[in-house]
Ligand binder design. Sequence first.
Ligand SMILES: Cc1ncc(COP(=O)(O)O)c(C=O)c1O
Length: 422
Amino acid sequence: MKTKCTFFAESARILNEETVMDVIREKTEELEQEDPFYILDVGDIVEKVKLWKMKLPRVKPFYAVKCNNHPTVLKILAALGTGFDCASKAEIQNVLQLGVDQTRIIFANPCKPLSHLRSASKLQIPLMTFDSESELQKISVYYPEAKLVIRIRVDATDALVSLGKKFGVLPGDAETLLVAAHTLGLNVVGVAFHVGSGCRDPSAFHQAIISAKMVVEKAVAIGFQPYLLDIGGGFPGTHNPPIDDFAEHINIALDEFFPEGCGFEIIAEPGRYMVASAFTLATNIFGKREITDTDGALESIMYFINDGIYGSFVNVVNHHQKFHFLLIKKQDDDETVLPCSIWGPTCDSADQVVPETSLPNMPCGQWLMWPEMGAYTLAKAGTFNGFPIPEVIVVVPYTIWLWFEEHPHHRVSMISVETQTD
Ligand SMILES: Cc1ncc(COP(=O)(O)O)c(C=O)c1O
């Protein structure tokens, strides 16, 4: 079956009839297997890109590298022709090394260290965001030819992470900043916003697009010729809810305020959307503690797994994110469930992944599977207490593998991937 392997690493596993669950089960049944691991399903990313094209045909995705910079993720998205949102010079270099053209990159960090700004200038990265006068001063010295995108603050009422408390000028204050840019002789080409990561309020995009339009009008009045609207990230990464509601709000607002033919390019910076559901984590229960009442009856169980809040579950502490998991059953356990908690492997008592749940009384050696773990997990994980970051096993559905192997150096039209996979 595996005749050539130019695009994917030799280690990528081709899926014929098997599912991700089959691969996980097989791996956990290996005698020596104890360490946690991820399965990265390339097919899921390809499907997400296809879906995006279908639901948001006017919006070009610039993937937010910070969300998950696994080399296979970047390589697939580069081949599929997306753009990239980079936050630092390292991310820019990472993307350029894949042969991605500078015009497919936006340096979307509104407050950049000087050396990163100089590097962007040297590498001729055209687009970058700003939201303060001090950033404009830096840019006017180190990269005056940059095409600038003003980041405005428009917060969703319900989001996992509100970015507005750190970034974005209030739409009402944008004019002063635009005048400052004009006085410095800089070139403002567009408006950007981010409603908040893990947004649960699709109507926020509608309001944000209205605000962006108002700022565009101010920019025109000052003398700029803006042509770019960047609607940021915030889209759900899970299969449920899908992006349908988001797409509907966005498409309606775009039709009204940035209609086709108005001369505006529309881009977005999805992170979570592209990768969350493509990664499934498997963790091993390597320890347990039974808590009994004064009569010696079993009250609850503490389970210890080999990945925690200093690894893949880092968002538990920062964003009170709830994770869900499934049991990978190796044997028929007693179905009676007990109150229990799930803890990470380090010696820190804060290293708790799930404070309260119900599970059967299981022996050590059982595995827990955590779906939809691709966003802000691996990219933020550390090795506190010496526990390693889980390895990533790449799996590729056969039709997709074949397509990439045959077109390793070409940008793919989503339509052609569709023809191949259906
Ligand atoms: C500037 C910027 N763009 C895009 C993203 C990606 O957001 P999300 O993963 O919610 O799509 C982030 C996330 O922090 C961001 O800061």
